[in-house]
Write a protein that binds this ligand. Structure first.
Ligand code: ADP
Ligand code: ADP
Length: 239
C-alpha cells in the first residue's frame, strides 16, 4: 500500500545562468512502513526533492499524493494539518534548531506551536517520553545542544520530528556529519523507531553504503532525474 506517490515532480530555480532544472520530472512511490533510499552526487537534486515533498519549497509542477491526496493543492490550513504527519530530519540539526533553546524547549516547540497540550505537566511528560524514545538520558533535560556531541544532537532532532506522531519522515543526510561509530547508533535508532511506530522514510544520502543498509528500494538521482530505481537485491547481485 502506497503512502506517498510522486508524479512528474519538477522544481526549477531561476539562477544567474538561467533556469536550473533541480528536480526534472521525477516519479516514485513509497509504500507504508518502507524506506526508499535516494542517492546521488552532491547537487543532483536530492535535498530539493525532499523539501518539495514537505512543501518547505514550492514545486514548479507535478503531484505529491499522500494517502491519495495531492498535498501540493492544499491551502495553508490544510497544509498546517498535513505537516504534523510529515517531518524532516536534517544533517545538522543546528541549521534548523534555535541554539538559545534548551533540549527540552527544542523538543517541546512543535507541541507548543500546535497547541497539543493545554497543561504544562502533560507536555513535560510527553517531552520526557520522547527523550526516552530516542535514548536521551533524563539528566540532559536542561542542557543546551552545543554542550552535546553530534549523536545526541541528532537524537534531539529526531525527538522533535517525532513529537507530533508523524507517518512520514524525510531523512536528509541524517548521519553524514557524524563519526562512523555514532552513525551506526543513529541508523539503528531510526530502524527501531520505524518498526515501533510504523514510520515511512525517504532516506537521502550521497553515501550509497549508508543507503544500502537502511533501504528496501533505492532511487539513483543524476542531474535532477531518477536514472535508476531498484530493490537492493537486483541492484547489487552479481550478473
Ligand atoms: P543535493 O541535495 O543532491 O546535493 P540540492 O537539491 O541541494 O542537491 O541541489 C540541486 C541543485 O539545485 C544544485 O545545483 C543546487 O545548487 C541548486 N539549488 C538548490 N537550492 C537552490 C536555490 N534555492 N536557488 C538556486 N539553486 C538552488
Ligand atoms: P544541503 O544540500 O545539505 O541541504 P546546501 O548547502 O546545498 O545544503 O543548501 C543549503 C540551503 O541553500 C538550502 O536551503 C538550499 O535550497 C539553498 N541552496 C543550495 N544551493 C543554492 C544555490 N545555488 N543558490 C541559492 N540557494 C541555494
Amino acid at each position: 500500500e502506497k503512502l506517498i506517490e510522486v508524479k512528474n515532480l519538477k522544481k526549477y530555480f531561476n539562477t544567474k545562468k538561467g533556469l536550473l532544472h533541480a528536480v526534472d520530472d521525477v516519479n516514485f512511490y513509497i509504500n507504508k512502513g518502507e524506506t526508499l533510499g535516494l542517492v546521488g552526487e552532491s547537487g543532483c537534486g536530492k535535498s530539493t526533492t525532499g523539501r518539495v515533498l514537505l512543501r518547505l519549497l514550492e514545486a514548479t509542477a507535478g503531484e505529491v499524493l499522500f494517502e491519495g491526496n495531492d498535498i501540493l493543492k492544499l491551502n495553508s490550513a490544510g497544509m498546517r494539518d498535513m505537516r504534523k504527519q510529515m517531518q524532516i530530519v536534517f544533517q545538522d540539526p543546528f541549521a534548523s534548531l534555535n541554539p538559545r533553546l534548551s533540549l527540552s524547549e527544542i523538543i517541546a516547540e512543535p507541541l507548543i506551536v500546535n497547541k497539543v497540550y493545554n497543561n504544562k505537566a502533560d507536555m513535560n511528560k510527553k517531552v520526557k517520553e520522547l527523550m526516552d524514545t530516542v535514548g536521551l538520558a533524563q539528566r540532559l533535560i536542561n542542557t543546551y545542544p552545543h554542550e552535546l556531541d553530534g549523536g545526541r544532537r541528532q537524537r534531539i532532532g529526531i525527538a522533535r520530528a517525532l513529537a507530533l506522531n508523524p507517518k512520514f519522515i524525510v531523512q536528509d543526510e541524517p548521519v553524514s556529519a557524524l563519526d562512523v561509530s555514532i552513525q551506526a547508533q543513529i541508523l539503528n535508532l531510526m530502524a527501531d523507531l520505524q518498526d515501533e511506530f510504523g514510520l515511512t522514510y525517504l532516506f537521502i544520502s550521497h553515501d550509497l553504503s549508508v543507503v544500502k543498509h537502511v533501504s528496501s528500494r533505492i532511487a539513483v538521482m543524476y542531474l535532477g532525474k531518477i536514472v535508476e530505481m531498484s530493490d537492493y537485491n537486483s541492484m547489487f547481485k552479481d550478473p
